[in-house]
Design a protein around this ligand. Structure first.
Ligand code: 5AD
Ligand code: SF4
Length: 453
């Protein structure tokens, strides 16, 4: 008997946690007979998994909805039905507004409600519009099916969600809610399943992942250091990473783990947001720039080959030229492999959005952002250059853009392109790096056996 699947199209914006969530929504819906497809044409259900972190988030959702609406109308004209859902952080923050402004949207629901999808779909199929932006008392993680979908050899695993830190610029505590950590056993079981399915690398995810404090089997409380030690014992797992961290939660035990656990990659994304103590205080980051410098120094001592990336916000209200110069100096002192920098954008409902004084004019912020990015580009190119002539283990995960090319990631998450057989996708292979570019590296595969030649 052939079974016809219903078609599910998911479009994901934003952070890696959203990518993880989208995969898990796909998992739940597969038990209801849906199969993910990569075009919205003729889909039975579409989910936009949205991000609210920076500017124009809501506008982007509405313009995408405008495009998708056509597909829904086409399908309805043929007597079919298509459910359109908006999920994620924009749904959480702007749920009512979306339903009001986009009458063809059937469902809006926030990040903590995905386990309730089957009931929500049932309601929406009966022509009821669904809005679900509650923070349920039970955790979605306890009610999601086992993980089925991993993205190739590198898997995301959410271990912690939400944030209690309330940085004044940030919507996360409002859209994702308070900090929640999954239990150690639950995380380890999921990691094992991912490795069984072919994952060589696991990225442990959380908005505040180094604040992880999941329960242990004996009723105690674990921390990220312990969890990493345990996960590193899984046979077949080669690489561990974690993201995103807060400098204040980089305790000595976690720093030591970077030296102890070789599977932990020598690369850490550690957002600092600003190098000015005055601005850090206004952002409610609760540490000084020198604390960050100390953490970086300790990490370098623990793992000598470690390198860093970060996030900086440019043009926070009150930022003077000197404050900005302090950010430039912190970036110079640290020296990044890569670094994200964003022009400050006032997010509705956050404390910083009501600051009236000393707002940084847009052209000033743009000009500073350019200067900052020029510095980072220089640092990135310089770091890439130091890789020339080295041999690096590369996890190949995709075909390259050109025929006969495959691409993968170095331990520092740099993109690496080589000429190689597709069969190497899904494995880690040593590559002699021959040439560095601004954003990528290229080289030759070092060891080839007869099978893969
Ligand atoms: N404006 C600009 N950038 C922001 N980020 C978070 N909130 C804002 C905002 N209101 C940036 C921070 C954070 C990253 C994910 O997004 O740098 O680390
Ligand atoms: Fe947002 Fe700050 Fe929490 Fe990070 S630590 S999610 S920036 S509030």
């Amino acid at each position: 008997m052939t079974q016809t699947h219903k078609k599910l199209f998911i479009k994901t914006w934003g952070c890696q946690m959203n990518v993880y969530d989208s995969n898990r929504m796909g998992d739940i819906l597969s038990s209801l007979g849906y199969k993910t497809v990569d075009t919205p044409v003729d889909a039975d259900m579409m989910i936009l998994n949205t991000c609210h972190i920076r500017e124009k988030a809501t506008d982007k959702v509405f313009s995408e909805l405008g495009r998708l609406r056509v597909h829904k109308e086409n399908k309805e004209a043929k007597g079919g039905k298509m459910l359109i859902a908006v999920a994620g952080c924009v749904a959480q923050a702007e749920g009512d507004f979306i339903l009001e402004r986009a009458p063809f949207v059937d469902m809006v629901f926030g990040p903590q409600t995905y386990h309730e999808l089957p009931e929500m779909i049932l309601k929406a199929s009966g022509d009821e519009r669904v809005i679900n932006t509650e923070f349920p008392t039970i955790s979605k993680f306890d009610h999601l099916p086992d993980v089925h979908t991993i993205e190739g050899a590198s898997a995301f695993l959410s271990i912690q969600e939400g944030c209690d830190k309330f940085c004044t610029f940030c919507v996360v505590p409002y859209t994702r809610g308070g900090e929640y950590s999954r239990s150690e056993q639950e995380v380890i079981n999921e990691a094992r399943r991912q490795v069984d399915q072919g994952a060589l690398e696991i990225m442990l995810l959380g908005q505040n992942v180094n604040a992880y404090h999941g329960k242990t089997a004996d009723g105690g409380t674990s921390n990220l250091a312990n969890l990493i030690r345990k996960i590193s014992e899984i046979n077949g797992l080669e690489r561990i990473r974690y993201s995103t961290s807060h400098p204040r939660d980089m305790d000595d035990e976690l720093i030591a783990v970077h030296g102890e656990v070789q599977k932990l990659m020598p690369f850490l994304h550690l957002p600092v947001q600003s190098g000015s103590d005055r601005i850090l205080e206004a952002m409610n980051r609760k540490h000084k720039a020198d604390v960050y410098r100390d953490v970086i120094a300790k990490l370098r001592k623990s793992r000598t080959d470690i390198a860093f990336s970060s996030d900086y916000i440019i043009g926070f209200p009150g930022e003077t030229e000197q404050d900005f110069e302090d950010s430039m100096q912190l970036a110079r002192d640290t020296g990044y492999v890569s670094c994200y920098s964003f022009k400050y954008s006032a997010r509705p409902g956050t404390p910083a959005a009501s600051i009236q004084a000393a707002l940084v004019p847009d052209d000033v912020a743009s000009e500073r952002l350019q200067r900052f990015q020029a510095l980072i580009n220089e640092q990135q190119a310089a770091f890439n250059k130091t890789c020339e002539g080295k041999t690096m283990p590369i996890l190949f995960d995709r075909k390259g853009k050109k025929d006969g090319q495959i691409t993968g990631r170095s331990p520092y998450s740099q993109s690496v392109y080589v000429n190689g057989n597709d069969r190497l996708i899904g494995s880690i292979v040593n590559v002699n790096i021959t040439e560095a570019f601004d954003n990528s590296l290229t080289g030759n595969i070092e060891i080839l056996d007869d099978e893969t030649a």
